[in-house]
Ligand binder design. Structure first.
Ligand code: ASP
Ligand code: MG
Length: 429
């Protein structure tokens, strides 16, 4: 018994879904398949949510975009017999439209989850119908019935105790050998949909494996495994064959896009292996994350672009100490604004965050009463695990160092790009 997880890129077109079927057919064992939304549909549904919430008449267009995208995939997948899938998807869109006809509440994050969850509902339905045309025993499951969370919308936390019980009862592999269900979503005890944070599907796969005491989770990706750097920014990347849980956690925490930070922890606790493999080249071995003795010393590089430095200076000229920090941390926590790097001096507290105005603005508004707040946009965060002076020199070309933090294994540098190039055509290192 294994958990497979397929992300948006692996189901972004009819061709891609056919490829998924090919991969599933390679395995003759019970599978729990966790799927996220197709292609960039989560982003598209975020737009739908915004238009709905702001009562923007563009809503019709942004919704139509989501519909067209899914129907194009359905048309490319199902030749003759489309009635069932059309009915099912038609009903699903009808429910979404009913929701969008209601008055939005004042709670953006709540509305977000009620709308954005459709990405996963639609993708899993389409893939399940497609697999069922050859394997009728494939079973579609609505994970919201089993994965229970708190009501911290957009960043909901799993209720482990309750979910474990429900998941064990539901996914018993007696009535089916292949289950298909949604990543990224769950529901509150009152059955209101929640989401677990962007890119949360890997985490869903991990907690399901955890509840079911399975041996392995495989994440199918568009890269050959975990690389030591993102090939978008780096030439001569190296694939890491085996890495320890702890290295995986650190790399993910610093922003390796291949693994979600929360994913590894539940796996480590039960020693469940995480296999990252390529859906483009499914015969290759990929990367195995497991045993803590796997340690490797290949330097890994992690780049985060679009970073914003926020600096706080107490207006009453007090020092940065526990009381001031408590206010700052409290506000960040309330608005789910994640700190990518922080540093304090006697009179200022600096923190680096992703450029997300919907989270930065409320924090700024709240703290401005007591702090002067200075914001610097357009920065990059470079993290090197297992660094040495050569690796630092390699990444610092044409960069101005704004802030740095290092420990034995990891260095993090906040830099400003001095090149005139913009991010998309920046020279590779
Ligand atoms: N579809 C969600 C997202 O794009 C979850 C995921 O892909 O893991 O954030
Ligand atoms: Mg996705």
């Amino acid at each position: 018994m294994k958990v497979f997880k397929f992300g948006g890129a692996s189901i972004k077109s009819a061709e891609a879904v056919k490829n998924l079927e090919k991969i599933v057919k390679m395995f003759n064992e019970p599978l729990l398949i966790v799927i996220s939304a197709m292609g960039k549909m989560t982003n598209a549904l975020e737009k739908v949510t915004e238009d709905y919430f702001n009562r923007n008449p563009r809503l019709q267009q942004s919704l139509q975009f989501v519909k067209d995208y899914h129907y194009a995939i359905i048309d490319g997948l199902f030749a003759g017999n489309t009635e069932e899938v059309y009915n099912d998807i038609g009903h699903t869109f009808a429910r979404l439209e009913e929701k969008l006809e209601e008055e939005p509440s004042l709670h953006y994050n709540f509305e977000y989850d009620q709308v954005v969850c459709y990405g996963e509902l639609l993708s899993t339905k389409i893939v399940a119908h497609y697999l069922q045309s050859e394997k009728p025993e494939v079973k579609w499951m609505d994970i919201r019935k089993y994965l229970k969370t708190d009501n911290n919308y957009r960043e909901a936390k799993v209720n482990y105790e309750m979910s474990e019980k429900f998941v064990k009862e539901a996914f018993h592999f007696k009535d089916s050998k292949v289950y298909i269900t949604q990543g990224f979503i769950g529901s509150t005890l009152n059955n209101l949909s929640t989401t677990l944070g962007r890119e949360g599907s890997d985490f869903s796969a991990a907690v399901l494996a955890y509840f079911l005491d399975l041996k392995e989770v495989t994440i199918w990706k568009d890269v050959p495994g975990v690389l030591n750097a993102d090939p978008k920014y780096f030439d001569n990347t190296v694939k890491l064959d085996k890495i320890s849980y702890i290295d995986a956690i650190e790399l993910a925490y610093y922003g390796t896009s291949v693994i979600h930070p929360k994913t590894v922890q539940p796996l480590q606790r039960k020693k469940i292996k995480l296999h990252v493999r390529s859906f483009v080249e499914p015969d290759l071995q990929g990367t195995i994350i497991g045993d803590d003795s796997y340690d490797t010393l290949i330097p890994s590089f992690i780049f985060k672009l679009g970073q914003v430095l926020v600096e706080f200076f107490p207006r009453d000229l007090s020092f940065i100490a526990e009381d001031n920090l408590e206010k700052i941390f409290g506000s960040f926590a309330r608005h789910s604004l994640r700190m990518n790097l922080m540093q304090n001096s006697a009179v200022s507290f600096k923190v680096l965050v992703n450029n997300d105005a919907s989270r930065i603005n409320p924090v700024k508004a709240e703290l401005e009463k007591e702090f002067d707040v200075k914001i610097t946009e357009g920065l990059e965060l470079i993290t090197i695990r297992y660094y040495d002076e050569n690796t630092i020199a390699r990444v610092m070309k044409n960069k101005e160092l704004i802030m740095e933090q290092r420990n034995q294994k990891t260095i993090q540098m906040v830099v400003k790009d001095l090149g005139t190039n913009n991010d998309t055509n920046a020279e590779k290192l």
